[in-house]
Design a protein around this ligand. Structure first.
Ligand SMILES: Cc1cc2nc3c(=O)[nH]c(=O)nc-3n(C[C@H](O)[C@H](O)[C@H](O)COP(=O)(O)OP(=O)(O)OC[C@H]3O[C@@H](n4cnc5c(N)ncnc54)[C@H](O)[C@@H]3O)c2cc1C
Length: 395
Protein backbone atom coordinates (compact mmCIF):
# COMPACT_ATOMS: atom_id res chain seq x y z
CA UNK A 1 0.00 0.00 0.00
CA UNK A 2 1.27 3.46 -0.85
CA UNK A 3 1.18 6.00 2.00
CA UNK A 4 0.29 9.48 0.83
CA UNK A 5 2.46 12.34 2.04
CA UNK A 6 0.91 15.18 4.00
CA UNK A 7 1.28 17.40 0.93
CA UNK A 8 -0.50 14.84 -1.27
CA UNK A 9 -3.34 14.61 1.23
CA UNK A 10 -3.67 18.40 1.26
CA UNK A 11 -3.75 18.53 -2.55
CA UNK A 12 -6.36 15.77 -2.58
CA UNK A 13 -8.49 17.75 -0.12
CA UNK A 14 -8.06 20.92 -2.17
CA UNK A 15 -9.14 19.10 -5.36
CA UNK A 16 -12.17 17.66 -3.53
CA UNK A 17 -13.19 21.15 -2.43
CA UNK A 18 -12.68 22.56 -5.94
CA UNK A 19 -14.83 19.75 -7.38
CA UNK A 20 -17.59 20.33 -4.85
CA UNK A 21 -17.60 24.08 -5.46
CA UNK A 22 -17.10 24.35 -9.21
CA UNK A 23 -17.71 20.97 -10.88
CA UNK A 24 -20.62 19.27 -9.09
CA UNK A 25 -23.00 22.27 -9.43
CA UNK A 26 -22.44 22.29 -13.21
CA UNK A 27 -22.34 18.58 -13.96
CA UNK A 28 -26.02 18.04 -14.70
CA UNK A 29 -26.31 21.29 -16.66
CA UNK A 30 -23.40 20.33 -18.92
CA UNK A 31 -24.80 16.81 -19.32
CA UNK A 32 -28.05 18.27 -20.62
CA UNK A 33 -26.60 21.21 -22.51
CA UNK A 34 -22.95 20.61 -23.46
CA UNK A 35 -22.65 23.99 -25.21
CA UNK A 36 -23.83 25.92 -22.13
CA UNK A 37 -21.76 29.05 -21.29
CA UNK A 38 -21.07 27.30 -17.99
CA UNK A 39 -18.47 25.25 -19.90
CA UNK A 40 -16.23 28.26 -20.53
CA UNK A 41 -16.63 29.39 -16.93
CA UNK A 42 -15.49 25.99 -15.68
CA UNK A 43 -12.50 25.93 -18.03
CA UNK A 44 -11.47 29.41 -16.91
CA UNK A 45 -11.79 28.67 -13.20
CA UNK A 46 -10.01 25.33 -13.47
CA UNK A 47 -7.22 26.77 -15.62
CA UNK A 48 -6.67 29.63 -13.18
CA UNK A 49 -6.62 27.14 -10.30
CA UNK A 50 -3.87 25.23 -12.15
CA UNK A 51 -6.06 22.24 -12.89
CA UNK A 52 -5.60 22.14 -16.67
CA UNK A 53 -1.87 21.55 -16.50
CA UNK A 54 -1.38 20.29 -12.99
CA UNK A 55 1.09 17.62 -14.16
CA UNK A 56 3.23 20.10 -16.09
CA UNK A 57 6.51 21.05 -14.43
CA UNK A 58 6.54 24.39 -12.63
CA UNK A 59 9.02 26.00 -15.07
CA UNK A 60 6.48 25.42 -17.85
CA UNK A 61 3.66 26.99 -15.90
CA UNK A 62 2.18 23.85 -14.34
CA UNK A 63 1.78 22.73 -10.75
CA UNK A 64 4.49 20.09 -11.10
CA UNK A 65 2.31 17.36 -9.62
CA UNK A 66 3.91 13.94 -9.88
CA UNK A 67 1.69 11.29 -11.58
CA UNK A 68 0.40 9.89 -8.27
CA UNK A 69 -0.57 13.34 -7.00
CA UNK A 70 -2.11 13.98 -10.42
CA UNK A 71 -4.17 10.80 -9.99
CA UNK A 72 -5.46 12.03 -6.63
CA UNK A 73 -6.65 15.24 -8.27
CA UNK A 74 -8.18 13.44 -11.26
CA UNK A 75 -10.09 11.00 -9.04
CA UNK A 76 -11.68 13.90 -7.15
CA UNK A 77 -12.70 15.72 -10.33
CA UNK A 78 -14.01 12.57 -12.00
CA UNK A 79 -16.04 11.59 -8.95
CA UNK A 80 -17.82 14.93 -9.45
CA UNK A 81 -18.15 14.71 -13.27
CA UNK A 82 -16.19 12.53 -15.68
CA UNK A 83 -17.12 14.61 -18.73
CA UNK A 84 -15.88 17.80 -17.05
CA UNK A 85 -12.65 16.00 -16.16
CA UNK A 86 -12.03 15.05 -19.79
CA UNK A 87 -12.96 18.59 -20.85
CA UNK A 88 -10.13 19.83 -18.61
CA UNK A 89 -7.76 16.91 -19.18
CA UNK A 90 -7.85 16.61 -22.99
CA UNK A 91 -5.48 19.55 -23.24
CA UNK A 92 -2.71 17.59 -21.56
CA UNK A 93 -3.50 14.70 -23.94
CA UNK A 94 -3.10 17.10 -26.85
CA UNK A 95 0.20 18.35 -25.50
CA UNK A 96 1.46 14.86 -24.66
CA UNK A 97 3.18 14.17 -28.02
CA UNK A 98 5.06 17.47 -27.76
CA UNK A 99 6.19 16.76 -24.19
CA UNK A 100 7.05 13.13 -24.99
CA UNK A 101 9.13 14.18 -28.00
CA UNK A 102 11.55 15.82 -25.54
CA UNK A 103 12.09 18.56 -28.13
CA UNK A 104 12.76 21.61 -25.95
CA UNK A 105 12.25 24.06 -28.81
CA UNK A 106 8.83 22.57 -29.57
CA UNK A 107 7.92 22.62 -25.88
CA UNK A 108 8.98 26.27 -25.69
CA UNK A 109 7.04 27.11 -28.88
CA UNK A 110 3.76 25.32 -28.18
CA UNK A 111 3.44 24.33 -24.52
CA UNK A 112 4.78 27.38 -22.73
CA UNK A 113 2.51 30.00 -24.32
CA UNK A 114 -0.47 27.75 -23.77
CA UNK A 115 0.40 27.29 -20.09
CA UNK A 116 0.85 31.07 -19.74
CA UNK A 117 -2.68 31.58 -21.08
CA UNK A 118 -4.17 29.51 -18.25
CA UNK A 119 -3.67 32.36 -15.81
CA UNK A 120 -5.60 34.73 -18.03
CA UNK A 121 -9.28 35.10 -18.89
CA UNK A 122 -8.69 33.38 -22.23
CA UNK A 123 -7.23 29.96 -21.45
CA UNK A 124 -6.02 28.09 -24.52
CA UNK A 125 -6.74 24.39 -24.98
CA UNK A 126 -5.33 21.49 -26.98
CA UNK A 127 -6.59 18.21 -28.44
CA UNK A 128 -5.04 15.07 -29.88
CA UNK A 129 -6.29 13.78 -33.24
CA UNK A 130 -5.43 10.22 -34.22
CA UNK A 131 -8.72 8.42 -34.89
CA UNK A 132 -10.23 8.40 -38.40
CA UNK A 133 -13.46 6.89 -39.74
CA UNK A 134 -11.48 3.87 -40.98
CA UNK A 135 -8.75 3.88 -38.34
CA UNK A 136 -9.61 3.18 -34.69
CA UNK A 137 -8.15 0.17 -32.89
CA UNK A 138 -5.77 -0.43 -35.79
CA UNK A 139 -3.92 2.78 -34.95
CA UNK A 140 -3.71 1.97 -31.24
CA UNK A 141 -2.36 -1.48 -32.02
CA UNK A 142 -0.31 -0.54 -35.07
CA UNK A 143 -2.04 -3.37 -36.90
CA UNK A 144 -0.13 -4.33 -40.09
CA UNK A 145 -3.33 -4.10 -42.15
CA UNK A 146 -4.30 -0.67 -40.76
CA UNK A 147 -4.07 2.30 -43.12
CA UNK A 148 -4.44 6.02 -42.42
CA UNK A 149 -6.25 8.34 -44.84
CA UNK A 150 -5.15 11.67 -43.37
CA UNK A 151 -2.13 12.38 -45.54
CA UNK A 152 0.86 14.64 -45.28
CA UNK A 153 3.21 15.69 -48.07
CA UNK A 154 6.26 17.91 -48.22
CA UNK A 155 5.53 21.36 -49.57
CA UNK A 156 8.34 23.93 -49.80
CA UNK A 157 9.72 24.50 -46.33
CA UNK A 158 6.89 22.68 -44.57
CA UNK A 159 4.10 20.16 -44.83
CA UNK A 160 0.63 20.01 -46.34
CA UNK A 161 -2.02 18.00 -44.46
CA UNK A 162 -5.29 16.70 -45.94
CA UNK A 163 -7.84 14.43 -44.33
CA UNK A 164 -10.40 13.92 -41.64
CA UNK A 165 -10.36 12.88 -38.00
CA UNK A 166 -13.31 11.80 -35.85
CA UNK A 167 -14.29 11.58 -32.17
CA UNK A 168 -11.67 14.15 -31.15
CA UNK A 169 -12.21 15.24 -27.54
CA UNK A 170 -12.22 19.04 -27.30
CA UNK A 171 -11.63 19.33 -31.06
CA UNK A 172 -14.15 22.17 -31.37
CA UNK A 173 -12.66 24.28 -28.55
CA UNK A 174 -8.96 23.55 -29.05
CA UNK A 175 -6.49 26.24 -30.13
CA UNK A 176 -3.87 23.64 -31.00
CA UNK A 177 -4.30 20.10 -32.31
CA UNK A 178 -1.60 17.45 -32.46
CA UNK A 179 -2.53 15.41 -35.51
CA UNK A 180 -1.17 12.11 -36.81
CA UNK A 181 -0.92 11.86 -40.60
CA UNK A 182 0.56 9.33 -43.04
CA UNK A 183 3.20 9.98 -45.69
CA UNK A 184 1.79 7.06 -47.70
CA UNK A 185 -1.82 5.86 -47.46
CA UNK A 186 -0.79 2.44 -48.83
CA UNK A 187 1.90 1.87 -46.22
CA UNK A 188 1.50 0.26 -42.77
CA UNK A 189 0.91 2.87 -40.11
CA UNK A 190 3.85 1.80 -37.93
CA UNK A 191 6.23 3.00 -40.64
CA UNK A 192 4.42 5.82 -42.34
CA UNK A 193 3.08 8.30 -39.80
CA UNK A 194 4.25 11.59 -38.36
CA UNK A 195 2.77 13.92 -35.79
CA UNK A 196 2.24 17.66 -36.36
CA UNK A 197 1.19 20.58 -34.19
CA UNK A 198 -1.59 22.46 -35.98
CA UNK A 199 -2.88 25.77 -34.59
CA UNK A 200 -6.60 25.71 -35.23
CA UNK A 201 -6.57 29.15 -36.86
CA UNK A 202 -4.46 27.73 -39.72
CA UNK A 203 -6.26 28.20 -43.09
CA UNK A 204 -7.86 24.95 -44.26
CA UNK A 205 -8.52 23.64 -40.75
CA UNK A 206 -12.21 23.27 -39.86
CA UNK A 207 -14.40 21.69 -37.23
CA UNK A 208 -16.99 19.36 -38.76
CA UNK A 209 -19.69 17.46 -36.92
CA UNK A 210 -19.99 17.71 -33.15
CA UNK A 211 -21.14 14.23 -32.15
CA UNK A 212 -24.20 13.83 -29.93
CA UNK A 213 -22.85 11.34 -27.46
CA UNK A 214 -24.23 9.08 -24.77
CA UNK A 215 -22.12 10.20 -21.82
CA UNK A 216 -19.27 12.48 -20.74
CA UNK A 217 -21.26 15.08 -22.59
CA UNK A 218 -19.51 18.09 -21.05
CA UNK A 219 -16.58 17.38 -23.35
CA UNK A 220 -17.28 17.84 -27.07
CA UNK A 221 -16.24 14.96 -29.37
CA UNK A 222 -15.75 16.36 -32.84
CA UNK A 223 -14.88 15.72 -36.43
CA UNK A 224 -11.87 17.70 -37.66
CA UNK A 225 -11.27 18.51 -41.33
CA UNK A 226 -7.90 19.28 -42.91
CA UNK A 227 -8.04 20.80 -46.37
CA UNK A 228 -4.57 21.76 -47.62
CA UNK A 229 -3.49 22.76 -44.14
CA UNK A 230 0.09 24.05 -44.37
CA UNK A 231 2.41 23.92 -41.38
CA UNK A 232 6.08 24.92 -41.35
CA UNK A 233 8.89 22.40 -40.81
CA UNK A 234 9.17 23.16 -37.10
CA UNK A 235 5.61 21.96 -36.51
CA UNK A 236 6.72 18.35 -37.02
CA UNK A 237 6.63 16.74 -33.56
CA UNK A 238 9.26 14.09 -32.92
CA UNK A 239 10.84 12.29 -35.85
CA UNK A 240 9.35 12.10 -39.35
CA UNK A 241 7.81 8.61 -39.77
CA UNK A 242 8.02 8.14 -35.97
CA UNK A 243 4.39 9.08 -35.27
CA UNK A 244 3.08 5.68 -34.29
CA UNK A 245 5.93 5.05 -31.88
CA UNK A 246 5.45 8.48 -30.36
CA UNK A 247 1.79 7.65 -29.72
CA UNK A 248 2.81 4.33 -28.20
CA UNK A 249 5.13 6.16 -25.85
CA UNK A 250 2.48 8.59 -24.68
CA UNK A 251 -0.10 5.86 -24.09
CA UNK A 252 1.96 4.42 -21.25
CA UNK A 253 1.53 7.82 -19.57
CA UNK A 254 -1.95 8.90 -20.73
CA UNK A 255 -3.72 5.59 -20.06
CA UNK A 256 -3.40 5.88 -16.29
CA UNK A 257 -5.35 9.17 -16.15
CA UNK A 258 -8.15 7.46 -18.11
CA UNK A 259 -8.08 4.62 -15.57
CA UNK A 260 -8.28 7.29 -12.86
CA UNK A 261 -11.36 8.85 -14.44
CA UNK A 262 -12.99 5.41 -14.35
CA UNK A 263 -11.94 5.05 -10.71
CA UNK A 264 -13.60 8.37 -9.89
CA UNK A 265 -16.86 7.17 -11.48
CA UNK A 266 -16.69 3.83 -9.63
CA UNK A 267 -16.13 5.64 -6.34
CA UNK A 268 -18.93 8.14 -6.95
CA UNK A 269 -21.33 5.28 -7.69
CA UNK A 270 -20.36 3.51 -4.48
CA UNK A 271 -20.52 6.68 -2.34
CA UNK A 272 -23.93 7.64 -3.66
CA UNK A 273 -25.35 4.14 -3.30
CA UNK A 274 -24.05 3.85 0.28
CA UNK A 275 -25.40 7.26 1.19
CA UNK A 276 -28.82 6.49 -0.28
CA UNK A 277 -28.95 3.03 1.33
CA UNK A 278 -28.39 4.46 4.80
CA UNK A 279 -31.32 6.87 4.37
CA UNK A 280 -33.90 4.98 2.35
CA UNK A 281 -36.29 3.00 4.55
CA UNK A 282 -38.14 0.01 3.11
CA UNK A 283 -39.02 -3.30 4.73
CA UNK A 284 -39.01 -1.60 8.12
CA UNK A 285 -35.33 -0.56 8.09
CA UNK A 286 -32.81 1.48 6.13
CA UNK A 287 -32.15 -0.68 3.06
CA UNK A 288 -28.43 -0.84 3.97
CA UNK A 289 -29.45 -3.32 6.68
CA UNK A 290 -30.87 -5.75 4.10
CA UNK A 291 -28.39 -8.40 3.05
CA UNK A 292 -29.29 -8.12 -0.63
CA UNK A 293 -28.15 -4.49 -0.63
CA UNK A 294 -25.11 -5.25 1.54
CA UNK A 295 -23.86 -7.77 -1.02
CA UNK A 296 -24.09 -5.17 -3.78
CA UNK A 297 -22.32 -2.54 -1.67
CA UNK A 298 -19.59 -4.95 -0.59
CA UNK A 299 -18.75 -5.77 -4.21
CA UNK A 300 -18.80 -2.08 -5.11
CA UNK A 301 -16.37 -1.22 -2.32
CA UNK A 302 -14.02 -4.06 -3.36
CA UNK A 303 -13.95 -2.77 -6.93
CA UNK A 304 -13.10 0.76 -5.79
CA UNK A 305 -10.22 -0.37 -3.57
CA UNK A 306 -8.84 -2.75 -6.21
CA UNK A 307 -9.10 -0.17 -8.98
CA UNK A 308 -7.37 2.43 -6.82
CA UNK A 309 -4.60 -0.03 -6.02
CA UNK A 310 -3.89 -0.56 -9.72
CA UNK A 311 -4.17 3.14 -10.58
CA UNK A 312 -1.78 4.16 -7.82
CA UNK A 313 0.68 1.41 -8.72
CA UNK A 314 0.70 2.48 -12.35
CA UNK A 315 0.98 6.18 -11.42
CA UNK A 316 3.80 5.42 -8.98
CA UNK A 317 5.67 3.50 -11.71
CA UNK A 318 5.41 6.54 -13.98
CA UNK A 319 6.52 8.81 -11.12
CA UNK A 320 9.56 6.56 -10.65
CA UNK A 321 10.45 7.08 -14.32
CA UNK A 322 9.34 3.55 -15.28
CA UNK A 323 5.99 3.98 -17.03
CA UNK A 324 4.53 0.58 -17.89
CA UNK A 325 1.99 0.16 -20.69
CA UNK A 326 1.09 -3.24 -19.25
CA UNK A 327 0.32 -1.82 -15.80
CA UNK A 328 -1.52 1.18 -17.26
CA UNK A 329 -3.62 -1.15 -19.43
CA UNK A 330 -4.41 -3.33 -16.40
CA UNK A 331 -5.48 -0.26 -14.45
CA UNK A 332 -7.58 1.01 -17.37
CA UNK A 333 -9.41 -2.26 -18.08
CA UNK A 334 -10.06 -3.06 -14.43
CA UNK A 335 -11.13 0.43 -13.40
CA UNK A 336 -13.41 0.92 -16.41
CA UNK A 337 -15.09 -2.46 -15.91
CA UNK A 338 -15.44 -1.53 -12.22
CA UNK A 339 -16.99 1.81 -13.16
CA UNK A 340 -19.62 0.18 -15.39
CA UNK A 341 -20.38 -2.50 -12.77
CA UNK A 342 -20.60 0.02 -9.91
CA UNK A 343 -22.77 2.44 -11.87
CA UNK A 344 -25.13 -0.41 -12.79
CA UNK A 345 -25.29 -1.56 -9.16
CA UNK A 346 -25.77 1.99 -7.89
CA UNK A 347 -28.87 2.34 -10.07
CA UNK A 348 -30.11 -0.92 -8.57
CA UNK A 349 -29.54 0.32 -5.01
CA UNK A 350 -31.44 3.53 -5.75
CA UNK A 351 -34.26 1.60 -7.43
CA UNK A 352 -36.64 3.86 -9.39
CA UNK A 353 -34.82 6.99 -8.27
CA UNK A 354 -31.60 5.60 -9.74
CA UNK A 355 -33.25 5.54 -13.15
CA UNK A 356 -34.16 9.25 -13.04
CA UNK A 357 -31.94 11.97 -14.48
CA UNK A 358 -32.30 14.21 -11.45
CA UNK A 359 -30.39 11.79 -9.20
CA UNK A 360 -27.40 11.83 -11.55
CA UNK A 361 -26.71 8.13 -11.02
CA UNK A 362 -27.81 7.01 -14.49
CA UNK A 363 -25.32 9.60 -15.78
CA UNK A 364 -22.58 7.61 -14.06
CA UNK A 365 -23.42 4.57 -16.18
CA UNK A 366 -23.44 6.60 -19.40
CA UNK A 367 -20.14 8.22 -18.42
CA UNK A 368 -18.60 4.91 -17.35
CA UNK A 369 -19.31 3.14 -20.65
CA UNK A 370 -16.94 5.40 -22.54
CA UNK A 371 -14.01 4.46 -20.32
CA UNK A 372 -14.23 0.93 -21.78
CA UNK A 373 -13.92 2.36 -25.30
CA UNK A 374 -11.48 5.27 -25.56
CA UNK A 375 -7.73 5.21 -25.03
CA UNK A 376 -7.98 1.78 -26.71
CA UNK A 377 -11.01 -0.45 -26.20
CA UNK A 378 -10.75 -2.87 -23.30
CA UNK A 379 -10.35 -5.73 -25.78
CA UNK A 380 -7.31 -4.03 -27.31
CA UNK A 381 -5.95 -3.19 -23.83
CA UNK A 382 -6.23 -6.87 -22.92
CA UNK A 383 -4.33 -7.83 -26.09
CA UNK A 384 -1.63 -5.38 -25.07
CA UNK A 385 -1.40 -6.89 -21.59
CA UNK A 386 -0.95 -10.30 -23.17
CA UNK A 387 1.62 -8.99 -25.65
CA UNK A 388 3.71 -7.88 -22.67
CA UNK A 389 3.10 -11.15 -20.80
CA UNK A 390 4.10 -13.22 -23.83
CA UNK A 391 7.25 -11.19 -24.23
CA UNK A 392 8.06 -11.76 -20.55
CA UNK A 393 7.68 -15.54 -20.85
CA UNK A 394 9.24 -15.69 -24.31
CA UNK A 395 6.11 -17.23 -25.89
C1 LIG B 1 -16.27 10.05 -26.94
C2 LIG B 1 -14.98 9.63 -27.56
C3 LIG B 1 -13.86 10.46 -27.42
C4 LIG B 1 -12.67 10.11 -28.07
N1 LIG B 1 -11.60 10.96 -27.99
C5 LIG B 1 -10.54 10.75 -28.84
C6 LIG B 1 -9.51 11.74 -28.96
O1 LIG B 1 -9.50 12.75 -28.26
N2 LIG B 1 -8.53 11.53 -29.88
C7 LIG B 1 -8.50 10.41 -30.68
O2 LIG B 1 -7.60 10.30 -31.51
N3 LIG B 1 -9.46 9.45 -30.56
C8 LIG B 1 -10.47 9.60 -29.68
N4 LIG B 1 -11.45 8.64 -29.57
C9 LIG B 1 -11.35 7.43 -30.37
C10 LIG B 1 -11.17 6.15 -29.58
O3 LIG B 1 -9.83 6.02 -29.15
C11 LIG B 1 -11.63 5.00 -30.48
O4 LIG B 1 -13.05 5.09 -30.55
C12 LIG B 1 -11.22 3.65 -29.96
O5 LIG B 1 -9.84 3.48 -30.06
C13 LIG B 1 -11.92 2.51 -30.74
O6 LIG B 1 -11.83 2.72 -32.11
P1 LIG B 1 -13.16 2.60 -33.02
O7 LIG B 1 -14.19 3.46 -32.39
O8 LIG B 1 -12.77 2.88 -34.41
O9 LIG B 1 -13.64 1.10 -32.85
P2 LIG B 1 -13.09 -0.16 -33.72
O10 LIG B 1 -11.61 -0.17 -33.76
O11 LIG B 1 -13.82 -0.20 -35.02
O12 LIG B 1 -13.58 -1.35 -32.79
C14 LIG B 1 -14.92 -1.86 -32.82
C15 LIG B 1 -14.95 -3.14 -31.95
O13 LIG B 1 -14.09 -4.14 -32.54
C16 LIG B 1 -13.11 -4.54 -31.58
N5 LIG B 1 -11.84 -4.76 -32.30
C17 LIG B 1 -11.15 -3.89 -33.06
N6 LIG B 1 -10.04 -4.44 -33.55
C18 LIG B 1 -10.01 -5.71 -33.09
C19 LIG B 1 -9.11 -6.80 -33.26
N7 LIG B 1 -7.99 -6.69 -33.96
N8 LIG B 1 -9.42 -7.98 -32.66
C20 LIG B 1 -10.55 -8.09 -31.92
N9 LIG B 1 -11.43 -7.09 -31.70
C21 LIG B 1 -11.17 -5.92 -32.30
C22 LIG B 1 -13.01 -3.40 -30.59
O14 LIG B 1 -12.53 -3.85 -29.32
C23 LIG B 1 -14.44 -2.91 -30.54
O15 LIG B 1 -15.17 -3.72 -29.65
C24 LIG B 1 -12.60 8.92 -28.84
C25 LIG B 1 -13.71 8.07 -28.93
C26 LIG B 1 -14.89 8.42 -28.31
C27 LIG B 1 -16.07 7.48 -28.46
Amino acid sequence: MIDLTTEQQEIQEWAREFAARFVTPRALELDKNPESPVRDELIREAAQAGLVGNNLPGFLGGQGHDPLTGALVTEELAAACAGCTVLLGATMLGLAPILASGDLEAIERFVKPMAESWETDRPRMAALAATEPGLGSDFIQGHPEGRARTRVERKGDGYLINGRKVFISNGSIANLVTVFATHDSDAPIRESMSCFAVPTDTPGFAVGQIFDKMGQRACPATELLFDDVFVPENHLIGKAFGGWELNRLIMSVTRTPVATIALGIARAAYDRALDYATQRVQGGAPIVRHQAIQLLLADMSIRVEAARGLVWKSAAATAAGKPSLKLASMAKTFASDAAVANATDAIQVLGGNGYMHEYGVEKLLRDAKLTQIYEGTNQINRFEIMEAVMEEVGA
